[in-house]
Every structure is written in C-alpha cells, then in structure tokens.
Design a binder for this molecule. Sequence first.
Ligand code: AMP
Length: 249
Amino acid sequence: MKVMAAVKRVVDYNVKVRVKADQTGVDISNVKMSMNPFDEIAVEAATRLKESGHASDVVAVTCGPTQSAETLRTALAIGADRALHIQTDAELQPLAVARLLKAAVERERPQLVILGKQAIDDDAGQTGQLLAALLDWPQATFASAIDIKGDVATVTREVDGGLEVIELDLPAIVTTDLRLNEPRYVTLPNIMKAKKKPVETVTPADLSVDVTPRLKTLKVIEPAVRKAGVRVADFTTLIDKLKNEAKVI
Ligand code: AMP
C-alpha cells in the first residue's frame, strides 16, 4: 500500500507572530519556519505504517515556494521514501491546496492520504475534508489511532466528550490529531540519508490546476490588548464590581 502525507511549511509554533503594519497579513520575513506540527504527526504515522509492514512506499507532498523543499527534507528525514514538491509562489488557500493534492493523488495513486487536522498558520482545518470531497473518498478526521487490516482502516477519532471508532474502506483520507503519536526526533544520520532521497518538483500548471484565490483577506489585526486586572479586598467588593462596573451579573 502506498501512503501519501501532506506537509506544509508554516511559521514555527514557538514564534510570536506580528501583524504587518499595513494589516495585510502577518510578517514572515526573518522568522523561523518549520513543518506544521500536525503534519509531523502525519509523516510519523505514515512511517510507522511502513515500519509495521502495512505501507510499502511513503510519499510526502508539499505545495509552496522554493523554501518548502526544506520541509520535504524533514519529512524524508523522519521516514518518507520520496517527495513531491508542487512549487508555487502563489498564495494558496485550502481549496487550491486540495485541488493540487487531488492531482498528486491521481498521479501517485496512494491508498491512504494523511494530512494534519489543521495548519497552525491559517487554522483553516479544511484541506483534508475538501480533498475527501473532491476525490469522493471516505474520510476520518482528528485521528488518535489508525489500524489497517486489508482494505479497511479502523480509525479512532477525537470528538467532543469522547472517542469515536469508525471503519473506512480504502482508499481514504485521514487527518491527524495531537494524540495520534509523538513524532520521532530527527537524527543527523537520517538528515544525511534524506539528502539522497528523490524529490520531484512540478508546478500547478504541470498539474493543470488553477490556484487563483477565491477568498479575499480584508484585514488582519492584533487581538485587543487585555487590560490589567485589579485585586479586590473582599467578596462583597468583587460582587459589587461585577454588578455595577463590569455589569456581567
Ligand atoms: P488547513 O486546512 O489549511 O488547516 O490545513 C490542513 C492540512 O492540510 C495541513 O495540516 C496539511 O497536512 C495540509 N496542507 C495545507 N496546506 C498545505 C500545503 N500548502 N502543502 C501541503 N499540505 C498542505
């Protein structure tokens, strides 16, 4: 079985993002970029399927600028066998990414595509679901366990108030939640080995996909600064302030 993992290059989760002065987006110049954390979990899941004998080939795919190749190298160092870079400098919205991934799926014919449940930059949480709809494949989102037997995947999903276990006929789409696994530490020998693994580069035009944005960002603003709190002397003062100043009770 071939498994595809979708990986996105995003601002590192430790970076405190700053909104650009002209409010058109966040400033990503001179900022550390890394693989989206949920995508590391996706690559780790795909790699474990290979190690347990369920997958024969793991291909990592990214859509993005030249620098996204670094993210693919990380995926190869975790354990992917090959990588596909759909290279573009265009702004990519989830529908465009889903269309590009659909084209990649049609080329590669994987039985399972694993994506993150959300990218921590746009927080859209849409790409996996859109891809499943475009391919007309079953989907299991927010997976905390994946078990493959023959042509069926049993996936445990994190849902409000508990866990849901569902069975999907392959081919299928799975999106990862935090508890699915803990991605391995990427070692230097594996980084060296990754340099020799094949990376194919194509463009959206090669795949005949139109990536024109459908949504327009009107403006991006910082969240309101929280006012400093005050310490009140006693319970009666607290109730009085809540009633008469904050007017919340
Ligand atoms: P989103 O819908 O933007 O929150 O992204 C959900 C998931 O879709 C991510 O965790 C990735 O697995 C995948 N994805 C989103 N954007 C890209 C991209 N540019 N290249 C590859 N995969 C992506």
